[in-house]
Design a protein around this ligand. Structure first.
Ligand code: SIN
Length: 537
């Protein structure tokens, strides 16, 4: 298979890129599962943007949005990237509505929501399933776009680079080895322009708001290819994941209760009905997520309770059903009427603020390789992402990455004398017969990351995690080389690499900042006001 552009991932970033790129050349988008299995499709809250005058909250400006983003980012945002991305917000919304995304409106005006850390209402949404609506419009458009092939159930094993093939000239990307999961066949996909848009890594943790597909594939692929990785210590924990004490089996799995619920007046309380967040921050339940998640963690440890509660019982009857039908309906399915009973909630891993290091155009340290969306790290989020800034970044970066590629490597000017790429060698590797090893290791990683590397950290816990992950990496490597590849092995391999990168970054940051909080170094230090960058070579 050969294409001008190869896109890995079918969330907002990957598809926004692919739809534009198809105007300039052939595009293949690969995604390891169904196209709807992405963090994008699971996003509830919305997309933050300050629109032209008649469409914005009174008194809001792009400057306010920049200030809120910088404040949440705890001194680590790259201000130029923040200004650029937020400055292109209105264009992103236009792009998405052109593809058919239908945001909630009244009288031709967008209805705007509010979330933690935002000083104004500026979140465009489609009820409480905004991501699903964005994914629907982009996937439907992609399926009818000439020049664009969307291949589901295609799992990228590894990127192919000139360095890996032993070429001495500047390292550049040449394509990828891709497993067709339904047949087990591995093929070479050849492309001089490759976009990593494979999302985040919530499944590294025991409890997460993310779909099962969020196994850190983008970061792991970039890392193995030799790209620099940055700021992986900043994993965002969403404060309000529904706590289901009877969680047994996939039917009963927990799900996100959008921050937009707090934006509409929901209040976090403990079992005694006390609003404990007020003691921590004057913004209370609507403080930025790092602050609220830590306040909950502290409250749980203080009281020994299993959960806190999100109270919306003071809202008018019918409000939740109308504004948040997905959340309302889901809770009701499990016997909880949130209009009359507080919702039990706990924090859960939600968003990866670091990723493959890029500039504000998504360009990585490898020629021809770009990373966009959650897989990349532009400097927009700094040490803590402002809610609903990520769908915005996904679309803006996709458009900027394409412009940059067209400038640097326009199709038609493909690399001269590309090296021969060898076919995948299946060797005489056996079918995996000890699947229990995969599941055991998977559970162990997620449990140890939750226990040692979550909301509150210490040097000791991080060192323990690093030591255990080193052994797990060795086991996974042996398993990978000794068996025929399958999606479970590939996900485990990516999971263990990503977990190790999180721990390595966390160990390097001897301070507390944003989402990285450690009891051993509780201060924020000027000397650490810098990215944690891990270079492979
Ligand atoms: C939410 O709806 O609370 C999630 C929004 C986000 O993570 O940006």
């Amino acid at each position: 298979m050969t294409a001008d552009f190869l896109v890995i991932g079918a969330g907002i970033a990957g598809l926004s890129f692919a739809l534009r790129a198809a105007r300039h050349g052939s595009v293949i988008v690969v995604t390891k599962g169904d196209a709807y299995e992405s963090n994008t499709a699971w996003a509830q809250g919305g997309i933050a943007s300050v629109l032209p005058d008649d469409q914005r909250d009174a008194g809001d400006t792009a400057e306010n949005h920049v200030a809120d983003t910088l404040d949440a980012g705890a001194g680590l945002c790259k201000e130029a990237a923040v200004r650029t991305i937020i400055g292109e917000g209105a264009a992103a919304i236009r792009d998405l509505t052109d593809y058919g995304v239908s945001f909630d409106r009244a009288d031709h005006h967008f209805l705007l929501g509010k979330e933690g850390g935002h000083s104004h209402r500026r979140i465009l949404h489609a009820k409480d399933t905004t991501g699903r609506e964005v994914a629907r419009a982009l996937i439907e458009t992609a399926r009818k776009t000439p020049n664009l092939t969307l291949l589901e159930h295609h799992f990228v094993i590894d990127l192919i680079t000139s360095e890996k093939l032993g070429a001495v000239a500047e390292d550049r990307v040449l394509g990828a080895y891709v497993l067709k999961t339904k047949t087990g066949e591995v093929r070479v996909f050849r492309a001089d322009r490759v976009v990593l848009a494979a999302g985040g890594c919530g499944k590294v943790y025991l409890y997460t708001t993310n779909p099962d597909s969020a196994t850190g594939d983008g970061v792991a692929l970039g890392w193995r290819a030799g790209a620099s990785i940055a700021n992986m210590e900043f994993i965002q924990f969403h404060p309000t994941c529904w706590y289901n004490p009877a969680a047994t089996g996939p039917e009963a799995r927990s799900f996100l209760v959008s921050e937009a619920v707090r934006g509409e007046g929901g209040i976090l309380i403990n079992a005694k009905g006390e609003d404990f967040t007020q003691k921590i921050d004057p913004r209370g339940s609507l403080a930025p997520r790092d602050i609220v998640a830590r306040a909950i963690d502290r409250e749980l440890k203080r009281t020994g309770a299993a959960c806190v509660y999100l109270d919306v019982t003071h809202k008018p009857k019918g409000f939740m059903k109308e504004r948040f039908p997905y959340i309302y309906g889901n809770l009701l399915k499990f016997g909880l009427d949130c209009e009359t009973q507080p919702i039990p909630v706990v924090p859960a891993a939600h968003y990866q603020c670091g990723g493959v290091l890029t500039d504000v155009n998504g360009k990585t340290t490898i020629r021809g390789l770009f990373a966009v969306g959650e897989a990349g790290c532009t400097g927009l989020h700094g040490a803590n992402r402002l809610a609903s800034n990520s769908l915005l970044e996904g679309n803006v970066l996709a458009r900027r990455a394409l412009d940059e590629m067209m400038r640097l490597y326009p199709p038609g000017r493909n690399e001269l004398n590309p090296p021969e790429i060898p076919e995948w060698e299946y060797g005489d590797t056996a079918e995996p017969d000890e699947l229990v090893v995969i599941y055991h290791n998977w559970d162990e990683i997620r449990r140890l990351m939750w226990d040692y590397v979550s909301i509150v950290r210490t040097d000791n816990r991080l060192r323990r995690a690093a030591a255990r992950l080193k052994n797990l990496k060795k086991e996974v490597r042996e398993f990978y080389w000794g068996h025929r590849v399958n999606p479970d092995i590939l996900e485990l391999r990516n999971l263990v690499s990503t977990a190790s990168l999180i721990v390595e970054c966390a160990l390097r940051r001897k301070e507390s900042r944003g989402l990285h909080y450690t009891l051993d170094h509780p201060e924020t230090l000027v000397s650490y006001r810098t990215d944690t960058v891990i270079r492979r070579f």
